[in-house]
Design a protein around this ligand. Structure first.
Ligand code: FAD
Length: 479
């Protein structure tokens, strides 16, 4: 259990760092308290690859956003996660808002955003015909995109594991002691990991982890964002991610075409005390829909299929805090990773690698590092010809388990083989249960497949690990 590097937290930050470090001759362990990776903030966000014009390059988060954005095409080729550069617009509905758009444009140009343009009313309606015709102009950044966030994290971790990184799930870091030049890290159930260097990428709990290691004291302020997911049949599905002109701390309530064909409205931005408070409310729902309809009039509550909330792990400074600790030896802070953390993540991996260099960590590149992972064919993306061919090779592709999202038995089996054995893990890997019926028809079939493939009994299958059991009684015909 002795490692060179321990990374605490398997969200998008920890996963990107793990993959980066897998390129070097290092023994690295990725530690996560949940039953699967990407179960923290990285699973509950807007899935946007931001364009780089919202904040000044003087912020670290902005510089990493710009660099991260540029890395996504290469990463998609290597890892195959769903990503599309659909472009981002900011829609202005008054002269006052148009002035603010000009400011954003100036900032975008200063930040080096490629292809950014100010649009007339005609131009913006041409690129986004769903907009309210009252729009008077806006901004277009064609380099912005959309991504499936959990699939991105899963693929980063898979690539890291393929290249030698180890993963400990269900390991909640509770104690740490520096002894004879290394860190002894203990979990709440008495497991111990020893590592020379530690990277704190614990999201909402980065402040607690920092305190456990006697490093800097700071407070993570959870900022809740409620989002509403609309059916893929919604007539409001836009071509572009649509931002309002921002006001205050947040980028505002957005209209987002998801990369898999549904759409989202949100998020809100509300500071909360409780780091586990992911509730949604009718009050925010009404506010979001009233606001969104001003931008796209065809948006309707009738198309809602589910809602969720994520918590941004923010710091008072409003910036990321990524640095070598001045108090704890060989300890790196990756804290305050609020938006645009998803976009910046690939660049965070590079940045942390350079911090390790500063700490004299020996970084020798592996000769046999493999950037690619095996792609899983998805039935919903195949042509008739391709479907027929794949079903002949593996009949499990012909057994469609989730009809809303067209997910086959073979894809669920593949998810389990790749280590996702909770209902949520399988759902995020395959999209089973993510469609209009929200698992009403497929959940029991998915549970049966998980039981068959893992050997777990009915009372051991969970929604998301620990005590989240889903079945109280046996399923018909099963043990
Ligand atoms: C509503 C919303 C919308 C957003 N939209 C976007 C967007 O469109 N684009 C964008 O770029 N960014 C967006 N973000 C921001 C982005 O989601 C975050 O910046 C990013 O997910 C943070 O990732 P992380 O890995 O730092 O944290 P997390 O994903 O929270 O990962 C931290 C991990 O550490 C683990 N952990 C915590 N404590 C312990 C412990 N004691 N022991 C072991 N493990 C531990 C947690 O379980 C968790 O898995 C959004 C955020 C929200 C909330």
């Amino acid at each position: 259990m002795k490692y060179d590097i321990a990374i605490i937290g398997a969200g998008v930050s920890g996963a990107s760092i793990a993959r980066k470090l897998s390129q070097y001759n290092l023994k690295t362990i990725l530690i996560e308290k949940e039953a699967d990776v990407s179960f923290g903030t990285s699973k509950a966000n807007s899935g946007i690859v931001h364009a780089g014009f919202h904040t000044s390059w003087k912020y670290l988060k902005s510089r990493l956003e710009i660099q991260g954005n540029l890395m996504f095409d290469g990463l998609q080729r290597e890892l195959g996660f769903p990503f599309r550069r659909c472009g981002i617009i900011v829609a202005a509905f008054s002269e006052e808002e148009l002035k603010h758009v000009q400011e954003l444009y100036r900032q975008g140009v200063e930040n080096g955003v490629i292809g950014i343009e100010i649009c007339s009313r005609e131009r913006i309606l041409d690129i986004e015909p769903k907009l309210n015709p009252d729009v008077i102009g806006g901004l277009h950044a064609p380099n912005g995109g959309i991504i499936e966030p959990y699939r991105f994290v899963f693929s980063l971790v898979e690539s890291a594991l393929k290249n030698g990184v180890e993963l400990f799930l269900n390991f909640k870091v509770e104690k740490a002691v520096r002894s004879r030049g290394t860190w002894m890290i203990s979990s709440d159930d008495g497991q111990i990991v020893e590592a020379d260097y530690v990277i704190n990428a614990a999201g909402l709990y980065a402040d607690s982890i920092s305190a456990i290691f006697n490093a800097e004291l700071f407070k993570i302020i959870p900022r809740k964002g409620e989002e509403y997911l609309l059916d893929r049949m919604s007539p409001a599905y836009p071509n572009k991610v649509i931002f309002p002109v921002p006001s205050g701390k947040s980028k505002g309530t957005l209209i987002i075409p998801t990369v898999e064909g549904t759409m989202m409205v949100g998020p809100t931005a509300e500071e909360v005390e409780d780091k586990e408070d992911t509730s949604t409310s009718t009050e925010q729902l009404n506010r979001i829909f009233d606001f969104s309809r001003r931008i796209i009039p065809s948006i309707s509550e009738r198309d809602i299929i589910t809602s969720f909330a994520g918590l941004r792990p923010a710091l008072e400074s409003g910036d990321f805090y990524i640095d070598v600790s001045q108090k704890a030896e060989n300890f790196i802070q990756v804290a305050g990773i609020q938006s645009p953390g998803l976009t910046a993540a690939p660049a965070i991996g590079d940045y942390v690698k350079d911090l390790l260099k500063k700490l004299d960590c020996s970084l020798i590149e592996k000769k046999n590092w493999d950037p690619f992972i095996d792609k899983v064919p998805r039935m919903r993306n195949l042509s008739h010809y391709e479907s027929e061919k794949i079903v002949k090779e593996n009949p499990q592709y012909g057994n469609i388990i989730c009809r809303c999202e067209k997910v086959s038995e073979a894809e669920i089996v593949e998810a389990v083989k790749r280590g996702h054995s909770t209902l949520d893990g399988v759902k995020f890997f395959t999209r089973t249960g993510m469609g209009r019926c929200q698992g009403g028809f497929c959940t029991y079939k998915t549970i049966k497949i998980i039981m068959r493939e893992t050997g777990l009994s009915y009372n051991q299958v969970t929604k998301r690990g620990r005590n989240s059991k889903v079945l109280m009684r046996k399923l018909g015909g099963d043990s």
